[in-house]
Each structure stands twice: as structure tokens, then as C-alpha cells.
Design a protein around this ligand. Structure first.
Ligand code: HPA
Ligand code: ZN
Length: 339
């Protein structure tokens, strides 16, 4: 499909973003603005020099910079501004539903109260619901490079705000930090009514995906790129109707794949996996939802049918009610029929 037409098609798809770290949507311009008003110094003297540092050879190199950026977030207003900027931006891309990750430990470990973080983020999500008509869910992610005991402390801090949280996730440095490290805290989180997801098989091996399924009982796998290495796993994921939230530009920037043409999402769709496309940390990886759809479609020569399937899958594996899913999926279908 011709570039302008493809971009127009993608722009108009009603989209669900299910794999987005709110701290990863922190654009350098806003980061510098908040740093200035909070009188926090960044290790970089300009937006340009910071952007130049956004070159990563692996997940850890990215995380090292991502945690530095988050350090300027101190007050409820900062978390609100970060989240509101993100929501306004993706509303313009016709993202109608978001399921947003936040990393409480990145902030509480610096002395910022859990309450400050969650009130700021939730306030912006509520505003987007009222003013932009967006629906949302919120996912609290445990940092897997820290201990399970630390995750338990985070779970405890979250209890007074449990009504604002829909699920828990597992992110940060994957290699050497398998899902099996967090079995007890995931069990306990489920008892509080939280849905469970985990990053698995981004850099880590297929065993980590198996562990996420069998030991953590996740309802969705974040990334899951490596599942194609194991035919039995693919069958299991299909039988379980397990969603996989792929992030193509993230995969490219973190060298999970060497070029976009190598991205596994098309193979996954062809096998019948519930694969979807998302943006992960868009401020760091060079694109939000539309760019992720566009770059993937271009490299893999995706057809209209594939794009429709990706958009439908995202609503299918979302945490919207059955009724809301049905409505969104028929909106997607009507959009493609009319295009
Ligand atoms: N992987 C793991 N942890 C993360 C990521 C990611 O892509 N982004 C933010 N935390
Ligand atoms: Zn992620």
C-alpha cells in the first residue's frame, strides 16, 4: 500500500494500547521542564544531548537511562503532567483504550510516596476518561531486578489504593530474574483481585514464558517474542487464547531483533496467536502506536486484513468488559469495511 494511504488507514483505526510504561512516555522536553521547576539536575545539559544518548545495545542500557529520567518526578503534579501529556498525544492517534504500566518502586525507592505517584497518574487517567472519552486500566509493575520481598512491600503500599489498580506486572532486567522469583507475591496479588501479567521472552528464553504461564498464572504475556522457538509453547498459547503484547520499535531499538523485517508478529498471526502491537517506551524508542503499526506494516508488507486482526486482537485481550469489547471490535470492523 502507498505510504500516505497506509498512514491514513493506521491513523483512523480505533486502537487499544496495552503495553505502555508511563515512565517510558517521558519526552525529553517535559523532562527538562519538570527538572527545572523541581530544581533537579539531569546529567545532560540539553534536550539534544539527552536524545543523543538514546542508543541502546540491549535492555539494560535502556533501563539505565530510563531510571535516570524518572528521577525528576517528585510531586503529584509531575506524575499528572507526565500521564496527561501521554494521553493527549495518543488521543490524537485515535487510541481509545489504554492499559498503562507504572513502576512504583522506581519512585518509592527515591523517597516519593506511593500515594503521590498513584494519585497523579490516576488523576490524569480520570480526566482523559471524562474529557477525551478514553477508557483505561492501570497496572502496577514489580521491578524484577529487586527482591520478591521488595515486591511484597510494594503490594502492601498499594492496598489502600487497590480500587485504582486493575492488575500487576513484572518488568525491568529480564535475564537472570525469571518469573519463578516472584511466585509468592503474584499469588498474594491475585488474592487482592489483581489480574496478572508479566514481561517474558523479550530477551529471556522460552522457559521464562513457560514460567509466566505455569508458575505465575498470567492472563497475558508482555512481549513473548521468543515463543516461536518452541512449538509446544505456541500450541499452549493458542489453546489458552493467551495474548502477546509485542512492541516492534522497542524490539528494534533494544536489539531484540536486528532489523524490522525480522519481527515475528506476522508469523505469530499466521499461526493463530493473539499477537498485538504496542509501543512500550515511546519517548525512547522513536514512536507511539501509529509509528509502531506503520514501521511493522512497511517492513513485513502487512495487508489490511493483518492490521485489522492486530487491532481486533488488542481489544480481545484487553480487560474491557465483554460488552465493551464487542462494541470496539465492531467499530474496528466497520472502519475497515468503510476504508
Ligand atoms: N522491558 C522490561 N522492562 C521495562 C521495559 C521493557 O521493555 N520498559 C520499561 N521497563
Ligand atoms: Zn515493557
Amino acid at each position: 500500500m502507498q505510504t500516505t494511504l497506509l498512514k491514513k488507514l493506521i491513523q483512523g483505526i480505533p486502537k487499544a494500547e496495552l503495553h505502555l510504561h508511563i515512565e517510558g512516555s517521558f519526552e525529553p522536553e517535559l523532562m527538562f521542564e519538570i527538572a527545572k521547576r523541581n530544581k533537579v539536575s539531569l546529567d545532560y545539559d540539553s534536550v539534544e544531548s539527552l536524545k543523543k544518548a538514546y542508543k541502546f545495545n540491549n535492555l539494560q542500557e535502556f533501563l539505565d537511562i530510563y531510571y535516570v529520567g524518572a528521577k525528576v518526578l517528585l510531586y503529584e503534579q509531575d506524575f499528572f503532567d507526565l500521564t496527561w501529556a501521554y494521553l493527549k498525544k495518543v488521543h490524537r492517534e485515535n487510541v481509545v483504550h489504554v492499559e498503562v504500566f507504572f513502576d512504583p518502586q522506581t519512585h518509592t525507592d527515591r523517597g516519593v510516596k506511593f500515594e503521590v505517584v498513584i494519585k497523579g497518574i490516576s488523576g490524569a487517567l480520570e480526566k482523559a476518561k471524562k474529557e477525551l472519552g478514553m477508557s483505561y486500566k492501570l497496572i502496577m509493575s514489580y521491578l524484577r531486578h529487586l527482591s520478591e520481598e521488595e515486591a511484597f512491600k510494594t503490594l502492601e503500599s498499594s492496598i489502600p489504593y487497590a480500587h485504582l489498580i486493575d492488575g500487576v506486572g513484572l518488568d525491568s532486567s529480564e535475564l537472570g530474574n525469571p518469573p519463578s522469583k516472584f511466585v509468592q507475591v503474584f499469588k498474594e496479588s491475585a488474592k487482592h483481585g489483581f489480574k496478572l501479567v508479566a514481561h517474558a521472552g523479550e530477551e529471556g528464553p522460552v522457559d521464562y514464558i513457560w514460567e509466566a504461564l505455569e508458575l505465575l498464572n498470567v492472563v497475558r504475556v508482555d512481549h513473548g517474542n521468543r515463543c516461536l522457538d518452541d512449538e509446544k509453547l505456541v500450541k499452549t498459547l493458542i489453546n489458552k487464547k493467551m495474548g502477546l503484547t509485542l512492541c516492534p520499535l522497542s524490539n528494534l531499538e533494544l536489539k531484540v531483533i536486528q532489523k524490522m523485517e525480522d519481527h515475528p508478529v506476522l508469523k505469530m498471526l499466521e499461526k493463530g496467536l493473539l499477537a498485538t502491537i504496542h509501543s512500550d517506551d515511546p519517548a525512547y524508542f522513536g514512536g507511539y502506536m501509529n509509528e509502531n503499526y506503520y514501521e511493522t506494516a512497511k517492513a513485513l508488507d502487512l495487508k489490511k486484513e493483518h492490521l485489522m486482526q492486530l487491532a481486533i486482537n488488542a481489544f480481545e485481550i484487553s480487560w474491557l468488559s465483554t460488552e465493551e469489547k464487542k462494541n470496539r471490535i465492531s467499530e474496528v470492523k466497520s472502519y475497515f469495511e468503510a476504508f
